[in-house]
Design a protein around this ligand. Sequence first.
Ligand code: GAL
Length: 369
Amino acid sequence: MKVKKWIALGLVLVLAIGIAAGCAQKASDDSATTDSAAKPKIGISMPTQSLQRWNQDGSNMKSAFEAAGYDVDLQYAGDNDIPTQISNIENMISGNCGVLVIAAIDGGSLTEVLKTAKDANIPVIAYDRLIMNSDAVKYYATFDNTKVGNLQGTFIKDALKLDSEKGPFNIELFTGDPADNNVNFFWGGAMDILQPFIDSGVLVVPSGQTTKDQCATPSWSTEESQKRMENLISSNKYGPDGTKLDAVLSSNDSVANGITNALVTAGYTDKDFPILTGQDCDKTSVQNMLAGTQSMSVFKDTRTLADRVVKMVTSIVTGTEPEINDTETYDNGTGVIPTYLEDPQVVVKDDIQSVLIDSGYYQPADVGL
Ligand code: GAL
C-alpha cells in the first residue's frame, strides 16, 4: 500500500514537472515569437570595404545591433560599386529586412530601389551620408558635416595666424567625391572660414583651382589625390627649394594620404611639411601625424554613430519618436530629413594617446606605437 502511494505521488510529481516545463517552453517560444516580431532583421548597406572607416562602421553596427537582439544582414558594395549597392539593397528587401541602414556611394542613385522599400513599408535610415530624392528616408544619422569643414578651415587659419599675419600664404584645396552629399558641407564649412582670406589676398591659391568641382577627388581615392598633387607640384614648382606651399586643405584622410605621398616624393620632410588637414583618424593618417607628415585629422568615433543608429531603430520599432537634434539642415529633395548630428573632434599628434588609444579605439600596435 505504502509503495503504491509513493508510486502515485511520484507520477503526479513527474506529470506536474512535465506540465511546468511544457509551459515554460511555450512561454519562451511565445516570447521568442513576440521578440523576433518586434525586432526586425536589419539590413546594413555599406559603400566599400577598401576604406578603413566603412569596415569599422559595418562591424560596429553589426555587433551593436546583435547585442541588442537583432539579426543583421550586412553587405558591402564591392569597392564603391553603385550597381552592387543597388542589388545589395534589393536582396535585403526581398530577404525580409524590416529596416534599412544605408551609407550611399552616390546620394542620387538609390531613388528607384528605395521606391520598393517604401512600398514594402520598410523605413530607411541614411547613415553618415544623406540619400537624395527618396521619401523612403525617414531619418539621418551623421556627424556635423559643416563643423568638420569648419574645424579644418579653422585649423589652417590658426596655424598660419591668418587673423594677424599679412601673408600672402600659398594654399591648395582638395575635397572628396562630388556624388557624396557630405562634400557640399565639408567644402562649404571649410570655405566659410578660408574664403574671406582668399578674397583679401592673405591666402593665395597659385593653381587657380578654387571651385568645388576643380578640387573634387573621385571616389575619395588616394591614387587620384596623389596624381592631382603631383600635377600641382610640377605645374607650380612647389618644393622645399621651390615655390613655397604653406597649406593644403584636404576634406578627409584617404585624400590626405595621396597628398602626403606626393609631398614626401617632392622632398618635404617633417621639418618643412605644409599644414595638411584630414578627417577620420584612419590608421595611416595617425601614423602620418606621428611622423609629422599630416597636421591634424577630424575624429568621428564610428562606435558613437553605430550606437546612435541602434537607438534610432529601437525607437522606430517600439513606435516612439527617435531623438533628433537637427530639423533644418538636411533637405534631400523630398523635404527636410530629421537628423541626429554627432560631434566631430580635432585630433593632433598630442591627442592620439588620450583620444584614440585610451578610449580603446585603437591598440597602440594599430598605429605603430
Ligand atoms: C564621407 C565620410 C567621411 C569619409 C569619406 C570617404 O562621406 O563622411 O568620413 O570617410 O566619406 O569615405
